[in-house]
Design a protein around this ligand. Structure first.
Ligand SMILES: [Zn+2]
Ligand SMILES: [Zn+2]
Length: 391
């Protein structure tokens, strides 16, 4: 990555006229495939009334960032500062700013925030259909906000020493019992998985089958277990990810690199469930062919939730007579998450902070190693990569 500027990031100071400034370092994705490390001195007097500046503690590198790097998402306003989930300490705020519980924020508070900055609350989708995750005005920090590394108001992404939170950003103070690195082990996959749980409507003792052992698949399996599932089976790969899945108390895993034929996997699941198959099947793979397999894994009248097809990976052939109509299957899509999922996700992580989350977060990268972090995530070399600015 090209490095620009000769100032030390993280420095702060005051100008002769009393203006506060900070030295910022951030990674800017100029276009698909192009990252640049950018340094600049930013004046805090440009902050808007009701806004907050966070000093970043940890930022996530997730599959979405890999998609952004390859230009696979529509309508991304490059250049952007990637990173849509992060934790930081309040460095500055202007005017009266409160967290979602109504408590005023103060300098030094460790907080996180909802990455969705805007839904319009005035369109048909928001008001009548009540599908705010599909609002056309939805703007997400680190994904659909253009970056300007030279203006404090342009620090709209987490791969940065400082993050600007515009007025009305929904801020949550991290509970004392929740260390930032544990919260980030849940990260962006947690609200997505929680939304999938809501869609799945799991009942006590349900048999739940999760396709995929990435962050969303792992979290869906953990949440299913804590939602009262009697049996959770995770179908995925590679083996090191399935070992992490098992460390969270999920007893049954099927390795797709060892059992390569879907009909063999169906036989295995049939045996494991004593011929009953899944009351609920959750797809978290991103692979279109998994959908045909997932429908086959549902019992008669079972529920199938598709949450992993975040980008367009093509078509797949499905026999609707056998797999949908005759099976009487309930099939649901699941797009994004809203504040209720995020808020409950923070509460879940605080209550279950004793689980072995350290197995999920194995490597913390510096900003200058962002490209390396991206390729590790893309190649499934580690479960989750984080960035800690200033290291
Ligand atoms: Zn709307
Ligand atoms: Zn993400």
């Amino acid at each position: 990555m090209e490095n620009r500027g000769d100032i030390e990031s993280g420095d702060l100071g005051e100008m002769e006229n009393g203006d506060q400034w900070v030295n910022n370092e951030c990674v800017i994705m100029l276009a698909k495939g192009e990252l640049k490390l950018h340094r600049s001195r930013l004046q805090l007097s440009q902050m808007e009334e009701g806004s907050v500046l966070l000093r970043t503690e940890l930022a996530e590198v997730c599959g979405t960032d890999v998609h952004l790097m390859h230009g696979r998402l529509d309508l991304v306003p490059y250049p952007i500062i990637p990173g849509h989930v992060g934790v930081g300490r309040i460095h500055a705020s202007v005017g009266s700013v409160r967290d979602v519980s109504g408590v005023p924020v103060k300098k030094g508070d460790m907080v996180t925030f909802l990455d969705v900055l805007d839904t319009c609350n005035s369109c048909i989708t928001c008001l009548v259909d009540k599908q705010t995750t599909r609002c056309p005005e939805r703007r997400v920090i680190g994904i659909s906000c253009p970056a300007n590394g030279g203006d404090v108001k342009g620090l709209l992404g987490c791969w940065s020493s400082f993050i600007y939170l515009p007025p009305k950003t929904k801020i949550i103070r991290l509970p004392i019992a929740l260390p930032p690195i544990v919260f980030m082990a849940g990260g962006c996959g947690l609200p997505t998985a929680l939304h999938a749980m809501d869609r799945a409507c799991i009942k006590l003792m349900d048999r739940v089958i999760v396709q995929g052992s990435g962050p969303v698949g792992l979290l869906a399996a953990i949440l299913a277990l804590h939602s009262g599932a009697g049996q959770v089976i995770v179908i995925g790969a590679p083996a090191h990810r399935l070992n992490v899945v098992k460390a969270f108390g999920i007893d049954w895993t099927v390795n797709i690199q060892e059992i390569t034929d879907p009909s063999d996997r169906l036989r295995m699941v049939t045996d494991l469930t004593e011929g009953r198959l899944g009351d609920v099947v959750i797809e978290a793979t991103g692979r279109p062919e998994a959908v045909a397999e997932g429908l086959a894994l549902c019992r008669n009248g079972g529920t199938y939730v598709v949450v992993g097809q975040y980008t367009d990976n093509g078509d797949v052939s499905i026999n609707p007579h056998h797999l949908i109509n005759r099976k009487h299957v309930v099939m649901k899509g699941c797009w994004g998450s809203d504040f209720s999922h995020f808020h409950r996700g923070v509460q879940f992580m605080a209550k279950y902070s004793h689980l072995p989350w350290h197995q999920v977060v194995s490597t913390v990268f510096s900003l200058k190693d962002a490209s390396k972090a991206l390729s590790c995530v893309e190649n499934l070399e580690l479960f989750k990569a984080l960035i800690k600015p200033g290291t």
